[in-house]
Design a protein around this ligand. Sequence first.
Ligand code: GRF
Length: 207
Amino acid sequence: MCETKMIRLGVLASGSGTNLQAIIDSSQAGKIPARVAVVLSDKADAFALKRAEKHGVPHFFVDPKKFDSREDYDEELIRILKEHQADLVILAGFMRLMSSLFVQTFRNRVMNIHPALLPSFPGTHGVRDALDYGVKVSGVTVHFADEGLDTGPIILQEAVLVLEDDTEETLHNRIHQAEYRIYPEAVRLFAEGKLKIEGRRVRILGD
Ligand code: GRF
């Protein structure tokens, strides 16, 4: 039996936060049984923080410069996430690699989105790397985060065709549209208890 309850999301974002916005919109439209409980950023000027503010979501800039190590920094993130009772952590353009302390604390409860079809083109320039390589199909991957860089078990993927005259920007724009579909969908599946991790495979139970 799948159990559905309203889960609380902790979202980590370093930039514009359009994926955060897609999740807030899905939540407010009642399309996912989840709501954003807190937004954290490592960048003081991240527009994601402004989006959180606009929607009355608690939000914090946690300054990496104030911490001696990645573990110390992640401990502060963990503290705030726990304080806000986050059931699931959503990495939405958060440009830092999580420590194993963080991953272990929220084992199988951290999702990431990557703008390429993993395991191809991991890292910070997934869109550009795929384009430079000359692939005809790229896309989006939502996966559980583990200690590696974009290596955790894959939850959902959506393919995006590369067009003849694509630039990094035009391709990323279409990839974003796919992201706004599959990130909320992955959250919904998690919230409804429909994701079962078996080794590297994430089984999606009867939907
Ligand atoms: C997205 O393309 C995501 O795949 C990548 O970072 C970007 C974040 O965009 N990890 P936004 O801040 O959600 O607009």
